[in-house]
Design a protein around this ligand. Structure first.
Ligand code: ADP
Length: 579
C-alpha cells in the first residue's frame, strides 16, 4: 500500500473514530436526558400535585382557599396522565372530591380521596422506579458502547502508533545509510524495500543508480587500466631509457632500456627511493646528482652527454631531467608531482661527430703542407733574385698571399678545433714571459693593422712576473683576439694591448673602439661556429671558442666587456708563475 494511502487511511480512521465516539456519546447522553426528563415531567409533577392536594385536604376547616388549591392541582393532574390506570384513579379522585365539596364532613369520603391520592402517588412512584431502571440500562449501554468503540479506537491508534512511524522512518534510515555508502564509493550497496509503495519505487530508483555508478566505476577503472597499460607499453617501446619518479623521489617506472643499461631488475627498483637504489648503482648515482636541488622541481635541466658502457659497447646519452607539474581539478596553482629522467641515446650522433672531427683533422692537416709550400713559393717569387715582376704581378702575388694566409688561418683553426673536439689538446704550461707572448701576437698582426692604418698601442708595466702558461696556445689566443680587434675596428683607429699583474694573476687585455657586441651575444660568441648575426667580415666563428678551450685548459679565464657601439675589451687571466 502506498505511504500516502496508509497515512490517509490511518488518519482517516482516527478521525472516523473520533466522530463515532462523539456520535455514540451524544446519542446516549440524549437518551439519558430524555429518560430523566420523562421521569421529571410525567411522574415527579404528579407526585407534587398529589402532595399539594393532600396538604389542601389536611387544611383545617375545608376553606375555599383549600378547595381552590385542591382543584387547581387536580386540574394539572388531569393534564398529566402518563401511566396505565392513572386516568381511572384521577377520574375517581375528581368524582370523590366533587362529592366531598357537597358533604365536607363525610370522613369516609375524605379517607377514600386520601386513598385515591396515595394510589396515584404509588402508581407514579412505581413508574419512577421503572423509568429509573430504563435510564440505568441506557447508561449501562452507553458505557458499554463507549468502552467498546474506545477500545477499538485505542487498538487501531496503537497499531498505527507502532507501525506507521517505523513504516516511514525505517526505509528513510536505510536509504540514508545507503547514500552514505555510495558517497564513500561503495557502489555495490543496494536497498531492499520490497513494498509496493513510494519507498519501493525509491528503492528501485536507488538500486538502478547504484548499479549504474558501479558500472561506470568499473568501466572507468577498466579504461584507466587500459590507458595505463598503453602508456607503459609505449614507454617500454621507447628506445631511450626513461625513469619516472614521484614527488618524494620513489621510482614509479623504469622502462626496459633503463633497466638494461643500469643492470637493475624491475622488482628491485619500482616503489623504492631512487637515492636508496643509487647507493649500489653508479649509473643511477650519476643520474640523480642534481635531482635533490630545489630547482629540480621547477626547471627542466639538460646536461653534458654521459658515457655508459652497456651491451659490450660504449654509448653516449644526453640526460634530461623534466619536472612534471599538474594543475589539480578545481585548483588554480600548479603542483609538482615528480620528475622524469630521460636519457637520449646520442651515440650515432657522437659517432658521426667523431667521423666529422677526424675528417676535419685529416683534411686540415693535409692542407697545411701544400698551403705552406704555396707561401714559400710566393716568398721566392717576391724575391728579386728569381726575376723581376711588374706592379700588376706584385698586386696579384699580394692577394694570393692574403688568401694563402687566410687559408692557413682557417686550416689552423679547424685543426685546433678537431683537437679540442677529440679531447686531444696537448697543453704544456711553463713559466713564460708575458711580454714575449704579446710581442709574438703583435708581430703576427702588424701587417693587417698597417693595412687599415690601425695603431697598436701596447701598455706594459716596467716589470711583470712570468706567467704560468702554454706559450704557443696563449700566443695563438692573443693573436686571435688582436686579429679580431683589427678586423672589427674602423680604419685609422687604435687597438690597445696590455698585460698587467693583478692579484697574483696576469691579465692580458685587447681593447678596440669598434662596433662592440650587443649584450645578448656576449656569452654566445664563445660558442662554436657562432657569429654575431650581420657580421660582414669573413670568418669561421671558431676563433673565440678555441680560445676559450685553450685558456680553460690552462686553468685560466677569458671574458669580454663590451660597450655596444663603442668597442670591446677581451681579457685573458692566467696564473702568475710562482718560482
Ligand atoms: P670569427 O671572427 O672568425 O667570426 P670568432 O670566434 O673569433 O670568429 O668571433 C665570433 C664572433 O664574435 C665574430 O663573428 C664577431 O661577430 C664577434 N666578435 C669577435 N671579436 C669581436 C670584436 N673585437 N668586436 C666585435 N665583434 C667581435
Amino acid at each position: 500500500m502506498k505511504i500516502k494511502a496508509k497515512l490517509v487511511l490511518g488518519i482517516g480512521l482516527l478521525f472516523a473514530m473520533v466522530v463515532l465516539l462523539t456520535a455514540i456519546g451524544s446519542i446516549y447522553i440524549n437518551k439519558l436526558s430524555a429518560d430523566t426528563k420523562n421521569i421529571l415531567v410525567a411522574n415527579y409533577n404528579t407526585l407534587d400535585y398529589s402532595r399539594q392536594m393532600l396538604i389542601a385536604l389536611n387544611d383545617d376547616g375545608f376553606s375555599n382557599a383549600s378547595i381552590l388549591k385542591f382543584e387547581s392541582n387536580l386540574k394539572k393532574q388531569q393534564h398529566n396522565i402518563t401511566e396505565n390506570g392513572e386516568q381511572q384513579l384521577t377520574d375517581q379522585l375528581a368524582a370523590n372530591f366533587s362529592k366531598l365539596k357537597n358533604n365536607p364532613s363525610d370522613t369516609l369520603l375524605l379517607s377514600t380521596i386520601h386513598n385515591n391520592l396515595t394510589d396515584i402517588m404509588l402508581l407514579n412512584m412505581q413508574a419512577i422506579e421503572r423509568k429509573s431502571d430504563v435510564a440505568k440500562k441506557t447508561a449501562g449501554n452507553a458505557t458499554l458502547w463507549i468502552a467498546l468503540v474506545g477500545t477499538f479506537c485505542f487498538l487501531i491508534a496503537f497499531v498505527l502508533l507502532v507501525n506507521l512511524p517505523g513504516n516511514i522512518a525505517n526505509p528513510l534510515k536505510e536509504l540514508t545509510e545507503s547514500i552514505k555508502e555510495i558517497a564513500a564509493q561503495n557502489y555495490s550497496k543496494r536497498v531492499h524495500f520490497e513494498e509496493h509503495n513510494e519507498f519501493g519505487d525509491l528503492a528501485n530508483a536507488f538500486n538502478t543508480m547504484a548499479q549504474k555508478l558501479e558500472e561506470y566505476k568499473t568501466s572507468n577503472i577498466e579504461k584507466l587500466m587500459m590507458e595505463k597499460k598503453r602508456i607503459e607499453t609505449l614507454i617500454n617501446n621507447i628506445n631511450d631509457p626513461v625513469i619516472g619518479l614521484d614527488a618524494k623521489k620513489h621510482i614509479l617506472f623504469m622502462n626496459d632500456v633503463a633497466l638494461k643499461i643500469s643492470g637493475l631488475k624491475a622488482d628491485a627498483t619500482i616503489g623504492k627511493l631512487i637515492q636508496d637504489v643509487a647507493v649500489n648503482n653508479d649509473l643511477i648515482r650519476s643520474l640523480i646528482q642534481d635531482l635533490f636541488h630545489p630547482a629540480s622541481e621547477t626547471i627542466n635541466t639538460k646536461h653534458e652527454p654521459i658515457k655508459i658502457y652497456a651491451d659490450n659497447k660504449e654509448s653516449y646519452f644526453e640526460k634530461q631531467v623534466i619536472a612534471i607539474k599538474i594543475t589539480p581539478t578545481g585548483e588554480q596553482e600548479e603542483k609538482f608531482i615528480g620528475n622524469v629522467i630521460l636519457l637520449q641515446n646520442i651515440t650515432p650522433f657522437k659517432e658521426l661527430d667523431f667521423a666529422k672531427t677526424n675528417f676535419i683533422a685529416t683534411v686540415s692537416h693535409e692542407l697545411k703542407t701544400p698551403i705552406s709550400s704555396i707561401k714559400m713559393s710566393l716568398q721566392l717569387l717576391e724575391n728579386a733574385q728569381i726575376g723581376d715582376i711588374n706592379e700588376e704581378q706584385k698586386n696579384l702575388l699580394s692577394s694570393i698571399k692574403d688568401d694563402a694566409n687566410r687559408l692557413l688561418k682557417i686550416t689552423g683553426e679547424l685543426l685546433n678545433m678537431s683537437q679540442v673536439e677529440s679531447g686531444n689538446i696537448q697543453i704544456a704550461v711553463v713559466s713564460a714571459n708575458p711580454k714575449e707572448i704579446l710581442q709574438y701576437a703583435i708581430n703576427a698582426n702588424k701587417a693587417s693593422a698597417d693595412q687599415k692604418n690601425i695603431k697598436l698601442e701596447v701598455l706594459l708595466p716596467a716589470t711583470i712576473p712570468n706567467v704560468l702558461a702554454d706559450e704557443e696556445k696563449t700566443a695563438w689566443v692573443l693573436n686571435n683576439l688582436i686579429s679580431n680587434a683589427i678586423r672589427y675596428s674602423y680604419d685609422n683607429s687604435t687597438v690597445f694591448i696590455a698585460a698587467k699583474n693583478k692579484n697574483n694573476k696576469i691579465e692580458f687585455s685587447v681593447t678596440d673602439t669598434g662596433q662592440g657586441i650587443a649584450p645578448e651575444y656576449k656569452q654566445k660568441i664563445f660558442d662554436r661556429y657562432f657569429r654575431v648575426p650581420g657580421t660582414k667580415k669573413e670568418g669561421t666563428g671558431l676563433g673565440l671558442s678555441i680560445s676559450k678551450e685553450f685558456i680553460d685548459a690552462q686553468g685560466g679565464e677569458i671574458k669580454v666587456e663590451s660597450d655596444f657601439g663603442a668597442g670591446s675589451t677581451f681579457t685573458i687571466i692566467l696564473n702568475v708563475f710562482a718560482a
